[in-house]
Design a protein around this ligand. Structure first.
Ligand SMILES: NC(=O)c1ccc[n+]([C@@H]2O[C@H](COP(=O)([O-])OP(=O)(O)OC[C@H]3O[C@@H](n4cnc5c(N)ncnc54)[C@H](O)[C@@H]3O)[C@@H](O)[C@H]2O)c1
Length: 483
C-alpha cells in the first residue's frame, strides 16, 4: 500500500467540480474524490452518529472510518460495535490521550470533530498540523483566543477547515437566500430576528455540558452560532460591532421554589421531587439515550439528566443582541430558552420591501396533544414597499434539521453540483459567527460595545454570493394625500 504522507494526501485530493475550485479552497475535504477516503472521528456522542451513519451507510462507497477517539471508553466501544455491525469491521479505537497516535497509526485523510464545543480547537489544530483535512461541528470553537489558534493553524498548513453549518442547507432557508440574492427586496438595511427555545428541547441545554460556559460558550455561542451564521450568510456580510445584554432568570434554584418545589437537586434520576417536577427527564426511558449516556456513566461520571435549576449553571436563558454589519445593515436578535414554542421569526427590511420568514419547529410543549404540537410550519412572505404582499410556497425537504442535514451530507460525502448559494462554510465563516457570540459574552460582562475586528487578527471574508447593493434603484415614494 502507498504510504500516505500529508503531501500525497494533499496532492491526491482532486477537485471534482469546477464550482469548488472556483471557491479557491485549499484541499477541501468536501470535494469528493474517486478514491476511498479514510476518516477518523473524535467525540462519539449523539452528533457523531450522523457522520458515522452517513459514511457507513448512504456514502459507504469510497469512504471508510479508520479511527475512533473519545474520553469515554463505553461510548468508544459502542461506536466501534455499531460500525462493525454495519460494515463488518470495527475501526481502531483510541483514548483521547492517544489522539495523535491514532492519526499516526490510522492515517486518516480527514478528522471529524464532534466533541463538546470547547475541545474542538485542540483537535482541529492537531489534525491540521498532522496534515489532515478537518470537518468540525458547529460552533467551530467557543472563544476568540481559540478561534485565533484555528485561523493560525489553517494559515500555517495552507488548508481550510469545514464547519458543518447544516442550517444553511434547510430548503426554506436556502429559499430566503435565493430571494435576497434576486434583489426581491433590494438592499437589506436591517434585520429583526427572534429565536425561541421551548421547555422541552430548550430546557435540555440546562441539563447537559452545555450548561457550563467554559464548555459550550453559553447559548450565545453554542446555539446562536447557527443563527448568526445564517444572518452573515443571508446578507453576505461580516459583523463589525456587537452590543448585548443577557441574564439567567428562569433556570434558577429560586424559580424551582416559585414552582412549588423544595429547590434544585443534582439530577433527575435520583431526584426526591421527580413526581412533582414538570421538568423531570427520564434518561432510562429512551433506549438510545440510555445506551449512549446512562450505561456509560461509570467511565466518566457525566450525567445527561442534571437538574435544570441547579445553582452551578452559568449560561444565560434570556439574551438580546444588536449587531452592526460592514454592509451597513443592523441586526436586532433575541434568544429566549424557556418558551412555549420553539422556532423563529425573522424580518429583513430592504430598500424595496420586506421579507418575513417564520418556522415553528415545535408548536407545543410537554402535555400538549400531537395535534397541538404540530411542527415545521413554515411561512415566507414578501411585502413590497409598493404593491400587494405575497405568500410564497415554501421550499421543502425531508429529514433532520429541516431537511438541511441530508443536503449537507450529500455535499460533503456525495456528488453535489456547484452551489450558487455558497453554503459550504470554512473556518472564516466559523469564526465570524462565533465571534458575535464571543463579543456578546464580553458585552454581557462589561456593558460595552465590542468591535469584532479587535478580537482576532488575519480573519478575512469568505467567498460569498453577490447581493444587491446600494446602487440598485428603489421605488419612488408614494404620493400620499394629506388630510
Ligand atoms: N449541527 C447541529 O445541528 C448539531 C446538533 C447537535 C450537536 N452538534 C455539535 O456536535 C458536537 C457534539 O455534540 P453532541 O450532542 O454529540 O454531544 P455528546 O455529549 O452527545 O457527545 C460528545 C462526545 O464527546 C466525548 N468527549 C467529551 N470530551 C472529550 C474530549 N476532551 N476528547 C474527546 N472526546 C470527548 C464525550 O464522551 C461524548 O462521547 C457539539 O459541538 C455540538 O455543538 C451540532
Amino acid at each position: 500500500m502507498t504510504e500516505l504522507t500529508s503531501d500525497t494526501i494533499d496532492r491526491r485530493t482532486l477537485l471534482k467540480s469546477a464550482g469548488v475550485a472556483a471557491l479557491g479552497l485549499a484541499a477541501p475535504i468536501y470535494a469528493a474524490t474517486q478514491e476511498r477516503r479514510r476518516f477518523a472521528v473524535v467525540g462519539l456522542g449523539s452528533r457523531a452518529r450522523m457522520f458515522t451513519g452517513a459514511i457507513t451507510g448512504r456514502f459507504s462507497e469510497g469512504n471508510s472510518i479508520v479511527g475512533l477517539c473519545d474520553t469515554n471508553a463505553g461510548r468508544l466501544a459502542l461506536a466501534a460495535k455499531t460500525i462493525a455491525a454495519a460494515t463488518g469491521t470495527a475501526p481502531a479505537g483510541y483514548a483521547a490521550a492517544d489522539f495523535d497516535r491514532m492519526i499516526r497509526e490510522t492515517k486518516p485523510h480527514a478528522v471529524i470533530v464532534t466533541t463538546p464545543d470547547a475541545y474542538h480547537d485542540g483537535y482541529v489544530v492537531r489534525a491540521l498540523d498532522a496534515g489532515c483535512d478537518v470537518i468540525t461541528e458547529k460552533p467551530m470553537t467557543t472563544t476568540s483566543e481559540k478561534a485565533q489558534r484555528i485561523l493560525d493553524a489553517c494559515k500555517r498548513n495552507g488548508r481550510h477547515v469545514r464547519v458543518t453549518f447544516n442550517y444553511r442547507y434547510s430548503p426554506p432557508r436556502t429559499q430566503v437566500k435565493d430571494l435576497l440574492m434576486s434583489g426581491a427586496i433590494g438592499e437589506v438595511l436591517s434585520v429583526d430576528f427572534q429565536w425561541l427555545l421551548n421547555t422541552v428541547h430548550g430546557a435540555d441545554y440546562f441539563r447537559r455540558w452545555h450548561s457550563h460556559k467554559a464548555t459550550s460558550g453559553g447559548l450565545m455561542v453554542h446555539k446562536a452560532t447557527h443563527h448568526f451564521d445564517l444572518v452573515n450568510w443571508w446578507l453576505s456580510a461580516q459583523p463589525d460591532t456587537v452590543m448585548a445584554v443577557g441574564k439567567r432568570d428562569f433556570y434558577t434554584p429560586s424559580m424551582a421554589k416559585r414552582m412549588g418545589l423544595k429547590g434544585s437537586h443534582e439530577r433527575c434520576r435520583t431526584c426526591p421531587e421527580k413526581a412533582s417536577c414538570t421538568f423531570y427527564f427520564d434518561l432510562a426511558a429512551d433506549t438510545g439515550l440510555k445506551a449512549l449516556y446512562l450505561d456509560n456513566e461509570q467511565y466518566d461520571g457525566y450525567f445527561r439528566d442534571q437538574c435544570v435549576f441547579r445553582p452551578q449553571i452559568d449560561i444565560e436563558d434570556t439574551m438580546s443582541v444588536i449587531v452592526r454589519y460592514n454592509s451597513g445593515a443592523t441586526l436586532n436578535y433575541s434568544l429566549n430558552a424557556f418558551n412555549s414554542w420553539e422556532g423563529y421569526r425573522i424580518a429583513f427590511n430592504g430598500t424595496k420591501g420586506r421579507i418575513e420568514h417564520e418556522i415553528v419547529e415545535q408548536a407545543g410543549v410537554a402535555g400538549a396533544s400531537a395535534e397541538q404540537s404540530s411542527s415545521d410550519a413554515v411561512r415566507t412572505r414578501i411585502i413590497p414597499l409598493r404593491g400587494a404582499p405575497k405568500d410564497l410556497q415554501p421550499w421543502s425537504g425531508e429529514g433532520s434539521h429541516g431537511g438541511g442535514d441530508d443536503v449537507m451530507l450529500n455535499e460533503i460525502f456525495g456528488d453535489a453540483p456547484a452551489d450558487k448559494y455558497r453554503r459550504m462554510a470554512d473556518e472564516r465563516s466559523g469564526a465570524w459567527s462565533i465571534l458575535i457570540g464571543a463579543a456578546a459574552n464580553i458585552s454581557f460582562g462589561t456593558g460595552n460595545a465590542v468591535r469584532i475586528p479587535d478580537l482576532v487578527t488575519g480573519l478575512t471574508a469568505p467567498e460569498m454570493a453577490v447581493m444587491p447593493d446600494r446602487s440598485m434603484p428603489v421605488p419612488m415614494p408614494l404620493r400620499v394625500k394629506m388630510p
